[in-house]
Design a binder for this molecule. Structure first.
Ligand code: PLP
Ligand code: TYF
Length: 397
């Protein structure tokens, strides 16, 4: 049987990391994968996480199974964070929330449920989008198409094209929307544009699936979460996946959540029962440790304040690096890349061509995706000048 198994291509982003690791040049820079690195180029362990970990270690607990839908305390903490403490929609029992294996796990559980309740639906993702959106919904059995989003000439969003594509979608079409810090472009909708999207989704009876993997990296925890409040206000039913991979620097712990907002408490109960079957038949129940850390931080006043400060520091530092890169490029005669400073989140669509990105990789050991995406959260004062030198060189060569 196995002699008929084809060799699959490497994941485009994780493949870049493999190539980076194998690169012997000491000056190499990995701007491929979406991971925040500190000023020393190291993955940070947040102080709030370190403290929560010490507290957990000081009072070790037996390692029982969690429920299928995860830790109740974790679910409550996440729901308060993303919907607001005591939000009506929670009090009304209209939200089904499950703990998931990161944001990816949330997307997959949501996709499995959707496939069961609306198997013939098409899924629309932004053009471009996180590549795993397409792969994951395709694997779940859906036809995946895209709506217009990034317009290179604008260095921004083609909102008219996006709305036109949503308007021409069939009722029931699933629309995957990046809640903030769009991956890969760094361009987010304005509040007014969100209202237009919500109106179109309502008119066309589409099913929104908000993916929020970077809450707090745009303008702030509350500011970035405001899009969720907008959807709640609209009264629409929708899916919401969230992740603490980036905002807690907890990548490997796999901590995320899926919430499904329904019209009624009764619908939410039925949805939850089906979500549990999706989970039960995949991995039974989620792991304990990461969720315990997040719960400890979110529910303790001092740890929570510490987290908010550390997240703000990551956000502010990324913005500083963006401005630093723009300044360094200008100093080298590249004066048309100022848009990098206005993009949001970890990524920049740099506008560099595939050829230029390959030149950065082969000639300088600077790794970004062929499409021109660079993770600016992996820059630091030590590598920024080198990266600017290299970009200036490939731009003029
Ligand atoms: N959604 C988007 C848009 C992402 O960029 C990512 C991670 O890069 C995820 C979801 C998944 O995050 P996680 O690592 O929590 O699975
Ligand atoms: O950089 C990105 O866009 C992501 C990063 O299991 C990533 O693809 C890597 C591994 C993973 C989830 C996300």
């Amino acid at each position: 049987l196995f002699d008929r198994v084809e060799l699959a291509p490497a994941d485009p982003i994780l493949g870049l990391t493999e190539a980076f690791v194998a690169d012997p040049r000491p000056e190499k820079v990995n701007l491929g994968v979406g991971v925040y690195l500190d000023e020393n180029g190291k993955l940070p362990l947040l102080d709030c996480v370190r403290d929560a970990e010490s507290r957990l270690a000081a009072d070790p607990k037996p390692k029982g199974y969690l429920g299928i839908d995860g830790s109740p305390a974790y679910r409550d903490a996440v729901r308060s964070l993303v919907f607001g403490d005591g939000a009506d929609v929670l009090a009304d029992g209209r939200v089904a929330t499950v703990q998931t294996l990161g944001g990816t796990g949330a997307l997959k559980v949501g996709a499995d449920l959707l496939r069961q309740i609306n198997p013939s639906a098409t899924v629309l993702i932004s053009n471009p989008s996180w590549e795993n959106h397409r792969a994951l919904f395709t694997r779940a059995g859906f036809r995946v198409d895209s709506y217009r989003y990034y317009e290179p000439a604008l260095h921004g969003i083609d909102i008219d094209g996006m709305l036109a594509d949503l308007r021409s979608a069939d009722a029931g079409t699933v629309v995957v929307l990046h809640a903030c810090c769009h991956n890969p472009t760094g361009y987010d909708l304005t509040p007014e544009q969100w209202d237009q999207v919500i109106e179109t989704v309502r008119d066309r009876e589409l099913m929104p699936f908000l993916d929020m993997a970077y809450q707090g990296f745009g303008f702030g925890i509350e500011e970035d979460g405001a899009v969720v409040a907008r959807f709640i206000e609209s009264g629409l039913e929708f899916f919401l996946s969230t992740s603490f991979s980036k905002s807690f620097s907890l990548y490997g712990e796999r901590v995320g959540s899926l919430s499904v907002v329904s019209e009624s408490a009764d619908a939410a109960r039925r949805v939850l029962s089906q979500l549990k079957i999706c989970i039960r038949t995949n991995y039974s129940n989620p792991p304990t440790h990461g969720a315990a850390l997040v719960t400890a931080v979110l529910t303790d006043g001092a740890l929570r304040r510490g987290w908010e400060q550390e997240l703000a520091a990551m956000r502010d530092r990324i913005k500083q690096l963006r401005r630093g890169l723009v300044g360094a490029l200008e100093a080298r005669g590249v004066t048309d890349m100022g848009f990098i400073a206005g993009q949001l989140g970890m990524f920049s669509y740099s506008g560099l061509t595939k050829q230029q990105m390959i030149a950065l990789r082969t000639d300088y050991g600077i790794y970004g995706t062929d499409a021109g995406r660079m993770c600016v959260a992996a820059l630091n004062t030590g590598n920024l000048g080198y990266v600017a030198d290299a970009i200036a060189a490939v731009r003029s060569g």
